[in-house]
Design a protein. Structure first.
Ligand SMILES: *Cc1c(COP(=O)(O)O)cnc(C)c1O
Length: 396
C-alpha cells in the first residue's frame, strides 16, 4: 500500500484544478497587460478568478492580491503593517511562539530594524486566547499576527474573537490562514480580519501561487517592485494558469467543505483512537479545536527521523511536523512552544489526511506506526532505561 499522509506539507493537484489550468498552459498564453485580444482573454480569466476567490473569502476583488504563495503573503502583510505602524510611531507587534517560519523569521528581521515583538505563550493544548492578545496590546502596538490553524499540530485559534479585540483597540490583525482556507469556513468580514494569507497548494491547487487579502484602506507596500500589476502592490506578470487553478481548487474545496469535514473528522478520530493505544504516546494539540484532517503524536523513547524512514519503507508518507525543519536535528519549535520537553519533541509524527484517504488506509497506518514504534523501542537504549526504571517516563 502507498499512503500519502502529508497533506499539511502539500496536496495533490485536483483534476478540476488541472483541467482549469490546461488551456492557459497551452493556447491561452496571453499577458493580461497586453491590449490585443489574446491578452484581453487572459485579463478576463484573471478578473474572473479574482472575483471567485473574493466571493469565497467574503471580500471585494480589489482586496485580493496575488502572490507567489503563503510565505510571500505573510512577508508582505507583516512588512506592510509594520511600515504603516512606523509612520504613526507605533513599532510593537504581537504574535505567538508557534507561528510558521515565514512569520517568525519576518518578525526577527523587523526586530533587527528596531521593532519590538511580543510572542505570546501558547497553552499546552496548542491554543492562544483573545484575552492574552488583549492583555498584550499597548499604545505602541501596530499589528497582531496569529495563525488561523497550526500547520504542525492542527489547532484552530479563536480568530473572530481575536479579530474583535484588535478592531476594538484599533490594531491591525493579520492571520496566516494557509492551513485553514479550503478546510474551514473563512469569512474575513465576519471574522474581523484585516490581512490574511493563503496558499493554493494546501487545498489541492498548484504550487507557487497564493493570496494576500488586504482590507480596503490598509496600505500595502510592494515587496516586488516592477510593473503596475496588482494595483502597484506586486510587480511581475501574473501567473494566469496558477491563478485560474487556485480559483478552481478553492471553489471545489468550499463546495465540498461540509461533506469533506464530516468524512475527515471521522477518519481523524479513528486514527487518534488507534494511535492512542500505543503505550506512552500523547496527542499534541487540543482534542476538539483542530483541523479535520491533521493528527500529531509524540511517542516516548523513539526518534522521529527513524520513524519516518521506516514508515516510508512501509509505503506511509508522513512528516515529523513541519517540512521546513525536516532535515535539521532541532526539535520542532511548535512542540517546544506547547511545552513538550526536547526528548519528547524529537519523537513526533504528523499524519495529515485528505478527502481521498480511506478507512482501510487509516487502519493500515495505525498498524504500521504501532509496529515501527515497537521495533524502534526494542532497539533503543533509552527505552531500556525507561523500562528498567533507571529513567522516568515523561508520557504516562
Ligand atoms: C505551507 C505554509 C506556509 C507557506 O506557504 P507557501 O505557499 O508554501 O509559501 C505558510 N504558513 C503555513 C501555516 C503553512 O502551512
Amino acid at each position: 500500500m502507498q499512503i500519502y499522509a502529508d497533506n499539511a506539507a502539500t496536496t495533490r493537484l485536483s483534476d478540476t484544478a488541472l483541467n482549469a489550468m490546461l488551456p492557459y498552459l497551452q493556447g491561452e498564453y496571453g499577458n493580461p497587460s497586453s491590449l490585443h485580444s489574446v491578452g484581453q482573454r487572459a485579463q478576463e480569466a484573471l478578473t474572473e478568478a479574482r472575483a471567485r476567490i473574493a466571493a469565497r473569502l467574503g471580500c471585494q476583488p480589489t482586496e485580493v492580491i496575488f502572490t507567489s504563495g503563503g510565505s510571500e503573503a505573510d512577508n508582505q502583510a507583516i512588512r506592510s503593517a509594520a511600515a504603516f505602524g512606523k509612520l504613526k510611531g507605533k513599532t510593537h507587534i504581537i504574535s505567538t511562539a508557534f507561528e510558521h517560519h515565514a512569520v517568525l523569521h519576518t518578525l526577527e528581521a523587523l526586530e533587527k530594524e528596531g521593532f519590538t515583538v511580543t510572542l505570546l505563550d501558547v497553552h499546552e493544548d496548542g491554543m492562544v486566547s483573545a484575552q492574552q492578545v488583549e492583555e498584550a496590546i499597548t499604545d505602541e502596538t501596530c499589528l497582531v499576527t496569529i495563525m488561523y490553524a497550526n500547520n504542525e499540530i492542527g489547532t484552530v485559534q479563536p480568530i473572530a474573537e481575536i479579530g474583535e479585540v484588535c478592531r476594538r483597540h484599533g490594531v491591525l490583525f493579520h492571520t496566516d490562514a494557509v492551513q485553514a482556507v479550503g478546510h474551514l469556513p473563512v469569512n474575513v468580514a465576519e471574522q474581523n480580519i484585516d490581512l490574511l494569507s493563503l496558499s493554493a497548494h494546501k487545498f489541492h491547487g498548484p504550487k507557487g501561487i497564493g493570496v494576500l487579502y488586504a482590507r480596503r484602506g490598509v496600505p500595502i507596500f510592494p515587496l516586488i517592485h516592477g510593473g503596475a500589476q496588482e494595483r502597484n502592490r506586486r510587480g511581475g506578470t501574473e501567473n494566469i494558469p496558477a491563478i485560474v487553478g487556485m480559483a478552481a481548487a478553492l471553489d471545489e474545496a468550499c463546495d465540498h467543505l461540509d461533506e469533506d469535514t464530516a468524512k475527515l473528522t471521522a477518519l481523524r478520530e479513528r486514527l487518534i483512537a488507534g494511535l492512542s493505544n500505543i503505550p506512552h504516546s500523547v496527542l499534541n494539540g487540543h482534542r476538539e479545536h483542530r483541523l479535520p484532517g491533521t493528527v500529531n503524536f509524540c511517542f516516548e523513547g523513539i526518534e522521529g527521523e527513524s520513524l519516518l524512514l521506516l514508515l516510508d519503507d512501509k509505503g506511509v508518507y508522513a512528516s515529523s511536523g513541519s517540512a521546513c525543519t525536516s532535515g535539521s536535528l532541532d526539535p520542532s519549535h511548535v512542540l517546544l512552544a506547547i511545552g513538550r520537553p526536547h526528548e519528547i519533541a524529537h519523537g513526533s509524527l504528523r499524519l495529515s489526511l485528505s478527502p481521498d484517504t480511506t478507512e482501510e488506509e487509516v487502519d493500515y497506518m495505525v498498524e504500521a506506526v504501532t509496529e515501527v514504534v515497537a521495533y524502534l523501542r526494542s532497539i533503543s537504549p533509552v527505552w531500556r532505561n525507561l523500562e528498567a526504571g533507571i529513567q522516568e517516563f515523561i508520557i504516562q
